[in-house]
Design a protein around this ligand. Sequence first.
Ligand code: MIC
Ligand code: SF4
Length: 752
Amino acid sequence: MAFDIDMIKTVYSRFEERVNAARKVVGKPLTLTEKILYAHLWDGEATQAYERGNSYVDFAPDRVAMQDATAQMALLQFMQAGRSKVAVPSTVHCDHLIQAKMGAETDLAVANKESREVFDFLGSVSNKYGIGFWKPGAGIIHQVVLENYAFPGGMMIGTDSHTVNAGGLGMLAIGVGGADACDVMAGLPWELKFPKLIGVKLTGKLNGWTAPKDVILKVAGILSVKGGTGSIVEYFGEGAMAMSCTGKGTICNMGAEIGATTSTFGYDDSMERYLRATGRADVADAANAIREHLNADPEVYDDPTAYFDQVIEINLSELEPHLNGPFTPDLATPVSRMKEEAAKNGWPLRVEWGLIGSCTNSSYEDLSRAASIARQAVEKGLATKAEFGINPGSEQVRYTADRDGLIGTFEDLNATIFTNACGPCIGMWARVGAEREEKNTIVHSFNRNFAKRADGNPNTFAFVASPEMVAAIAIAGDLGFNPLTDKLINDKGEQVKLDPPSGDELPVKGFDVEDPGYQAPAEDGSQVQVAVSSDSDRLQLLEPFQAWEGTDLTGLNLLIKAKGKCTTDHISMAGPWLKYRGHLDNISNNMLIGAVNYFNDKTDYVKNQLTGEYGPVPATQRAYKAAGIGSVVVGDENYGEGSSREHAAMEPRHLGVRAVLVKSFARIHETNLKKQGMLALTFVNKDDYERILEDDRIDIVGLTEFAPEKPLKLVLHHTDGTKEEIFANHSYNEQQIGWFKAGGALNIIRQG
Ligand code: MIC
Ligand code: SF4
């Protein structure tokens, strides 16, 4: 039986009437996305149509998921909300804190020892407040969610940007910061600006070397890292229906890389098969009963341009495998053009590692298709030229893949099997020699490839591809290798060609697992003690942030003007810093250390306006804080792209930054800043970015009349005595202005 089946049945029991009410107010046939959104209004049945890209709407998500690296902050906040139990089904998954080094067995034991305090904390908080707890080694959050919790037509939020993966099972699953999760677990509504809708029509059928991954690699190339901002992407068409459920998950997963709020697919046979194979026949039966409502109205897919704000069409029969990268997931190169592009751009051709795994590509089907390539290599007398590492998505996938010989096949090719966890995808990778910072190339099936992400080496050129393509390229050891046309030389000196991959969508003998790694919470958690030691360097209870002082902010220092790409990895790096995710003061020592200073092109090297000397960003900001001076961070386009980690907003808040002024924001980061009581502002005139000088003192004027839609004025005091006025937009509504005034949204829940 599925977890929380009663909740799912309740959602389904009112689905039809809510969809009907929505169709009436909207006045035309509905997309699937609209159906799910309107079926989850906090106020129940729709009484008005919302304006896409404009109206703020309160929703009632069905569930919450958190991973260990973000759950710590989410739960530290929840503990202050004064509730005895979470208001909606919620889960915690331990997957980010396990380093990949020797292989699963040793690495897991090391993590259990090193991060014991954190795992114990998360385990006991979960136990106390009624939260399902998935132990280290159980698997990567989004695979575990897809296998156990996702359901067609549902809505969930999760404290991780790749929560969107559950769109593969027809959900609207959205990544948020911990403060948003805290609200929903505390029984409050969750607010989102009603999204715009992008429709992607998939015609034809995947074949040969082309995989679902290539669909999203292509879409990323078309839309770029910010093209999906503020939008939900809905996939449809014969090509969508012919694809596996986990393949759909891969596509939705990487929707995070184009900034989309989420992505989804209509309920179909592949989802039904997946539900049944993962022990949820009850959910499949319930979904079948309302199948028509778990898809868009037929008129929509017949004439998509009349219903979506933007429509893209991709013919899967003609789609080529892609490699995206380096350093950004939207630089898409079809495999047939790679040799040429690499030569032109100076990308090292020799591939040193091939890595398969991460939440986006670690399903049974992924492993079985990659294993079919590995098997051929062994049979045809080829060895991998690159090293090869695998992180299975969950214990259920690993156990089944092991039983079916897939893991053995990888091992025959000398692959290292790492823990069922994020590992190298989040920089938890003890890669030998990375500290030498040599220029080198790796290929992986992950979703992100920002500089330094996997191994901390800024000179690692990382390319994203499907698992089968990663396997082929690792075997060839050559980034320019095109398995569709090229041959390799085997141990007998013969030329051999790899056949296209084959695999099983679902295990023929069914899934199996001995210990999935789940721990159910106590029925009554009131007696469970949660201990946080005051001398811990991993965990720190939160102190409320100070409320707004009620005046304009004057005489702020410019802390840094960040140049170019500034993702959450640049603002609050992961990898070695993950260990401080539960300790705000300690993790604040990584604040903005990856951001490039506009004035000298260096990272972590800014001018301290009090002394005139240059030094690290966190230390400089601590000096301003000690002197009682607030500061401003200035940034470029799509500031805060990438992760949902609210540390990227809490660190500046904790250290006394008052405003972040940028050309544009990524959605989750903007909300995180607002939630923590910061000012998230955008230039009215983007060219004003150029006016900000290194020694500027800045005033923010108009806060006493802070109101929705009303720009704020900034006065720049330059050192030569001149001053300039510029204007900044903001997207705060009344409620969010309340958060600013209270010093953070949590201060309001606490009082309530
Ligand atoms: C990531 O892929 O960057 C992460 C690590 O999963 C993050 C969450 C985090 O920073 O903990 C995400 O994508 O939200
Ligand atoms: Fe983990 Fe990587 Fe997925 Fe983030 S993207 S949840 S780090 S596997």
